[in-house]
Design a protein around this ligand. Sequence first.
Ligand code: ATP
Length: 287
Amino acid sequence: MILVEHLTHIYAPGTPLALTSLEDVSLRIEEGEFVVLAGATGSGKTTLVQHFNGLLLPTAGRVLVDGRDTRDKRVRRDLWRTVGLLFQNPEQQLFEENVFAEVAFGCRNLGLDEGTIEIRVRRALEMVGLEPVRFGTLSPFALSRGQQRRVALAGVLAYRPRVLVLDEPTSGLDPAAREQIWQMLKGMQQHGHTVVVITHHMEDAARYADRVVVLHRGKIYRQGTPRQVFGDPEGLRAVGLDVPMPGELMYRLRQRGLPVNTGILTLDEAEAELKKLAPSGKACPVM
Ligand SMILES: Nc1ncnc2c1ncn2[C@@H]1O[C@H](COP(=O)(O)OP(=O)(O)OP(=O)(O)O)[C@@H](O)[C@H]1O
């Protein structure tokens, strides 16, 4: 679905401020895949995803979306239809007078008829947990930050781009709201969408991603299934990331010589590993 080949991005090339933000990144995202991009702050995550919808153009290398090169102006003009990008803090970009109009914006640009728009907007609001009758007529500016975030997300969901790219969609939200958004994104994947999410929440990445890609200083540092990537806590710590707590615990036990598996992602899996150490239900030797 998205093919990144030897992508280098330098902001303001040729000026004293030139900074290589991505260097020779190659990546392939398959149709229907759920990919999480992780990495310390400034590692290049936002710069990378802004190439997926042609907002940024490669300094070197190329990006193909559905086989079409984003350097082609005609391709770029239409790219938003295929790739819906939700920016970091999207609530700062709301501008319509009411929630309905805000969510309908992308659908209107697609030229859909009013009946279809109405159905899609209602559905999108329901998906993000905002009751359409109650919220549809409110000004987006009368909502809380978390609600505004949901409105922005609904605006992308409503026009149904095949690829959803979300830059830290859950930052600043409470655990229940975060969970709801991840569940909803998983549901979108089950309906055939490709989902790419930037997040600093490694627990969520472990639970929902098919593949985790870790960036470090503008390069791909690790990529693989959550089990593969989170099986190496020290490697991740070295680039400023942590691993989900159950995995960290198993890793430490293993270092003390106990025969537990590493690459553990959930508390249930950790419990099963501990039970292997004390199958009769007696106290675990290390506890
Ligand atoms: N508009 C810009 N002009 C110049 N340099 C930029 C610009 N945007 C980002 N950079 C630089 O590019 C590098 C990568 O930034 P980017 O925003 O892609 O990182 P990130 O991994 O998304 O960070 P965060 O997790 O903090 O959002 C950083 O060194 C940053 O200073």
